[in-house]
Design a binder for this molecule. Structure first.
Ligand SMILES: Cc1cc2nc3c(=O)[nH]c(=O)nc-3n(C[C@H](O)[C@H](O)[C@H](O)COP(=O)(O)OP(=O)(O)OC[C@H]3O[C@@H](n4cnc5c(N)ncnc54)[C@H](O)[C@@H]3O)c2cc1C
Ligand code: FES
Ligand code: FES
Length: 491
């Protein structure tokens, strides 16, 4: 075991021998290192004021990602390259091309949000050439500007691409940075504490399995986009903490023929890319999953294991017929994802067990699939209702298999079994859908909360089914909708 956390802060090697397991990177930067360019706005991953860029090794590549420092725990930086807004200005005082573009386009509006915007743009600039406006908006969806001055910032994002990337000092330094990070990657389990509480970060799945068996009550941390808030908002003192962040084996996504296999640590960016090959609607739904910083950190395993009734992936994966692979020591068991959710925040996970992988079937030829996420705000908002539907029809056009899964309708992500029964054996048409919509009232007694009323939820759940019917039975739906919108626009 290694007992120090090691990472690079810009060019500077950092080694920490004693550390509160849930100290946030933001607090460490601001309070210990006096790097106050990184701001605290919400302390819950929503506003982006705390955005920093973190590089991690991905095989022989260095992958830079924008993340929220406010909900990232300091020891999880082990083996990473950390860049804050202070690093961008050169030692001779010259602004980085990303900063210069912000100045030139009048994108620098207030000192509170600007550093976060700059760091999100810096990550985009490092990773992508000539991003579209849509892509720029996606990359900035996790940065809130309270004065609503997004236009000059988007203009800056378009301008910055002209800068000479190859000559950039961060790009030029990448081979040396990769070599330095490789020298830190020793394969040892990291074990560190502050005398009171303890943190572990194994480097292999086998070491994780052993640690979780030894400490069955430990809090597992993947991307910390949920767990971070337990600390910053819930003031919880977690002990011990086991981080899965160093285990590259758990990040992989592979094509296994009739299904995709997702390692539990695959982040939402990679999950989106893979699910897009199954359905473009999954791509669109994942585009609206948190902001870019949350998607960089948050994982498929965390989204399932947290057992949230309003998580976006469980309904989609249940409708697709996904299987969960759970591991305890050297034993593995598989269970249908829907069986994992027992009751509100209660899952079929034994002490010492963890989620190792998720197996997601591809759509067979002719199968119909739909997913809709309904939230109050389009970007970076949690669902009020999420509906995901899968249908198979027989040669006569009758429904022979149906999986209708909803989030936000019960204490767990849940299938609508009565509505499914109303569909089976019937033709896929308006009369059938009307019966299925009526049956939803037997399946669900939704809650009224700040996101939506019970009446609204039930109404929307039915309307989503009808949307699925219209979409799959009217080939020219898109043309019709465009026509209706054009008509409406002309009064
Ligand atoms: C600003 C913001 C926006 C968000 N938007 C969305 C959204 O649009 N849609 C949505 O669904 N969610 C959203 N979330 C919630 C969160 O990002 C997701 O649930 C995310 O997928 C959690 O993954 P994680 O890796 O960060 O999990 P963590 O926070 O690390 O862990 C979550 C839970 O899972 C457990 N866990 C993690 N990995 C494993 C494992 N392999 N085995 C067993 N247990 C494990 C942890 O112990 C913990 O109980 C948002 C969160 C924030 C802060
Ligand atoms: S402070 Fe708002 S996202 Fe971190
Ligand atoms: S840039 Fe800070 S409020 Fe708009």
């Amino acid at each position: 075991m290694r007992e120090t956390v090691r990472f690079l802060l810009g060019d500077e090697p950092v080694e920490i021998a004693s550390c509160d397991p849930t100290r946030t990177v933001l607090d460490w930067l601001r309070l210990d290192r006096h790097r106050t360019g990184t701001k605290e706005g919400c302390a819950e991953g929503d506003c982006g004021a705390c955005t920093i860029v973190v590089g991690r090794l991905d095989g022989d590549r260095l992958r830079y990602e924008a993340i929220n420092a406010c909900i990232r725990f300091l020891p999880t930086l082990d083996g990473c390259h950390v860049l804050t807004v202070e690093h961008l200005k050169a030692s001779d005082g010259a602004l980085h091309p990303v900063q210069q573009a912000m100045v030139d386009c009048h994108g620098s509006q207030c000192g509170f949000c600007t550093p976060g915007f700059v760091m999100s743009l810096f990550a985009l600039w490092l990773n992508e050439r000539a991003p579209s406006v849509q892509r720029i908006e996606d990359a900035l969806a996790g940065n809130l500007c309270r004065c609503t001055g997004y236009e000059p910032i988007i203009a800056a994002a378009q301008r910055m691409d002209a800068a000479e990337r190859e000559q950039d000092r961060f790009v030029a330094a990448m081979p040396a940075t990769i070599a330095r990070l490789k020298s830190l990657a020793d394969g040892e389990t990291l074990s560190i504490g502050d005398g009171e509480r303890h943190f572990y970060a194994p480097a292999t799945v086998d070491a994780l399995a052993e640690l979780v068996s030894t400490h069955p009550q430990a809090t597992l941390v993947a991307g910390a986009t949920d767990v971070g808030l337990w600390v910053t908002k819930g003031m919880r003192r977690l002990d011990p903490v086991i981080s899965l962040g160093r285990i590259d084996e758990l990040r992989g996504i592979s094509d296994e023929g009739d299904h995709l296999r997702f390692g539990a640590m695959a982040n939402q960016i990679a999950v989106r890319e893979a699910l897009a090959t199954i359905s473009p609607q999954l791509d669109e739904m994942m585009r609206r999953f948190g902001g870019e910083q949350v998607r960089n950190a948050g994982t498929i395993g965390g989204n399932i294991a947290n057992g949230s009734p309003i998580g976006d992936l469980p309904p989609a994966l249940i409708a697709l017929g996904a299987t969960l692979v759970l591991r305890k020591g050297s034993e593995r068991r598989e269970l249908p994802l829907e069986a994992f959710f027992l009751d509100y925040r209660k899952q079929d996970r034994q002490p010492g067990e963890f989620v190792e992988a998720v197996l997601v079937p591809k759509l067979p030829a002719g199968a119909l699939f739909h997913i809709s996420k309904i939230s109050k705000r389009f970007d970076e908002d949690i669902s009020a209702v999420c509906g995901a539907f899968y249908l198979e029809l027989d040669e006569a056009g009758r429904i022979r298999e149906a999986r209708l899964a909803y989030g936000g309708m019960a204490g767990i992500p849940k299938r609508a079994k009565a509505a499914e029964a109303a569909l089976l054996g019937h033709s896929w048409n308006e009369a059938t859908i009307a019966t299925a919509i009526a049956a939803l009232a037997q399946d669900f007694t939704p809650l009224t909360d700040m996101r939506a009323s019970a009446t609204y939820r039930l109404k929307v759940a039915g309307n989503l089914l009808r949307r699925f019917l219209i979409e799959t039975t009217t080939p020219d739906t898109a043309t019709r909708v465009a026509g209706l919108l054009a008509e409406a626009a002309h009064g």
